[in-house]
Ligand binder design. Sequence first.
Ligand code: NAP
Length: 476
Amino acid sequence: MEQKMYINGEWVSTAEYAELKSPYTKEVIAKIPQATREHVSAAVEAAQRAQQAMTNLTALERANILYAIAKAFASKRLEAATIISRESSKPLKYALSEIDRTIETYRFAGDEAKRLIGEMIPMDAAKTGENRFAYTLEQPLGIIAAITPFNFPQNLVAHKVGPAIAAGNTIVLKPASQTPLSALFLAEIIDCTDLPKGAFNVVLGSGGIVGDALVESDKVKMITFTGSPAVGIQIKEKSGLKRLALELGSNSGLIVDRNINIEHVVRKCVTGAFSNQGQVCISLQRIYVMEEVFAAFVEEMIAQTQSLKIGSPLDETTDISAMIHDKEQQRAIQWITEAIAEGANLLYGGEVEDGVLLPTILANVDRKSKVSCQEVFAPIVSINKISSIEEGIEAINDSDYGLQAGIFTKDIQTAFTASKNLSVGGVIINDIPTYRVDQMPYGGVKQSGTGKEGLKYALQEMTETKLVIWNQEGGL
Ligand code: NAP
């Protein structure tokens, strides 16, 4: 039950341990070592020592290491998914699909390792560029500190570890305190590959100590962070001149036009709003429905939500389980109560059953209610009536966030207008904003962050472009 951290290719004990409890059963499932600042320094130094060995690897060797990680996940799919379900209460069916995506993410990273290309520069396009021949090289940055959230403890780690290895960098990973076991499982997998020892390290402990020490380290070249806007802003303030990628939260919105197949659209909306208890950065939080179909849409939404199965995350038929912490559940209930006091109608849920907050549907929600204007990160969705598509676009844009948005419509011009005018990082036509595959560019605007993930795009952020100019004049 007592775990060890992974530093410099070795399993390390610490003086202090914290109990890790299952969010669903509340029983202690492991004792987690708590790193001090010295452990963080040891991990950073190990990563620094390993940099030369990483730089010496060929693109093919880096690709093969990433393919080996993917293969190991494929052969341990159920084991990896069960760990996620135990420590984060993600229902097993969603944990299994996370592992399937993790396998793809490492494969895509392997492919990108072989495509790390620079470009030729037409030097002689400038008056003084004659006889010069130039090209760029994409070189590793150095040590990358990856700080990750609880909600996708393998795939969002893969989005950092994969491109970091593909580019030839070394890594120190600090996972969320609630999901350390998935990070240690990854360390076990990586330990069996040809990755040089010290090139990948896992340090465990609170964000305030371990995360802070990484952010302040002058040897770390880049912080790649996925998590809440509040922590992301703190990191930005402290990280000085380090390169920074911030993948933060949102309150994703969807527009539903008239003349759509209500049963089909609602099926997608129920998945988008409630999978992983709404604890997804692109969870569907706000739905704006054209008035002609509003009543039928709401009725179907309630009917389909009623059929969701509440229960243990380890049961493969469960749709909804416990939220990550009781205090998060209390916050969610408080926000529902406030929204109702501010005029919203509770259409379904709003109560706790066997420790699980029921999927909750609110209608006619005031824009200023927290469930609408802040990131709700709970199984709560708001449905509001609109009388024009423009009204829906304006409502979605009236937000501090902008990760992804969706629209269901049969009208090409309406889809085109929405794609042009929605202020978000990605617009999904005829699907929910919760849609993502792992090679696509992914990242938000406004308080949803800076920088893009998706292997090719993350790789660009994790390399340094070096210019080489050859002077071909005679006369030497
Ligand atoms: P969080 O509380 O911000 O934590 C994220 C990570 O930051 C954890 O490892 C946490 O450690 C660490 N941390 C906390 N305080 C820190 C500090 N002062 N310095 C450095 N690191 C610190 O987020 P979460 O609750 O785990 O995840 C939910 C959030 O992530 C939501 O806002 C969600 O939208 C966002 N998210 C965004 C994306 C995206 O791609 N845009 C994807 C998934 C999730 P501890 O666990 O020890 O506190």
